[in-house]
Write a protein that binds this ligand. Sequence first.
Ligand code: SAM
Length: 286
Amino acid sequence: MATLGNPTNTIAILQKYDFNFQKKFGQNFLIDSNILEHIIDAAEITKDDCVLEIGPGIGTMTQYLCENAREVVAVEIDKKLIPILENDTLAAYDNITIINEDILKVDINQIVQEKNAGKPIKVVANLPYYITTPIIMGLFESHVPLDSITIMVQKEVADRMQVGPGTKDYGALSLAVQYYAKPKVMLTVPAGCFMPRPNVDSAVIKLTRYQNPPVKASDEHFMFEIIRASFNQRRKTLVNGLGNASNLKVTKEEVTKALEQMGLPATIRGEALTLVQFAQLSDLLR
Ligand code: SAM
């Protein structure tokens, strides 16, 4: 079994299987063992852990996970990669389950039941960037038992996840992530650490799941509708943005009154509100 995480062995496997990268699947494989070790350290993987890996590719990070975790489940959409994983790069491990499926269609709660008796798992992934947000939101909103999610994402997206009000990157993703988890950027990763090189720089971010959300909204779903509507038309005031959103059924007068009760001006925009304030606003409008 070749140890991956370097250009030579990666190229050898790709040539052996005559593998062509699929752009539509966001395939950029890691070729730097230092970065891989950093990711395993950041995720704090131990022999007690059951880990879900999204998109193992040719199994580069999976090898590190299998060495360090008790149990690994890897979900890969590209069927051409399955024989490489099963017959070659992961053949030596007996603690791996490979699932050939789209992660957005997999019942992750069932995997957690089967492989970890319903106890929280860790998610580790070098994500396909084209579906970063749906993957993260799917994990949180389906209430999968989770300790943490340690993921490689586009650097700009990592920044968006951890900023607060008043910055240009602040938006619905920041608020959603910060409602469910404590985000921390662990390292930035230059494009040269991947094959092929992506057009953007990347970062590893760790999202440590809260036991209980840091704010209490009486209707979580409604709060997120308010948040989405507030950032859909970012340059508009909240009064106009929310008052014009057809799905919310709130009037401009109601928004003005709620803001007044919170001691905020009617000219304020969503980008100035904290998560606590969004929870208050949604409770008042409800
Ligand atoms: N983990 C490998 C590494 O670090 O070298 C590969 C990472 S690559 C950025 C993303 C991987 O996710 C690819 O193997 C791709 O085929 C897979 N992928 C893309 N979309 C997927 C989906 N919807 N479900 C599961 N895997 C997916």
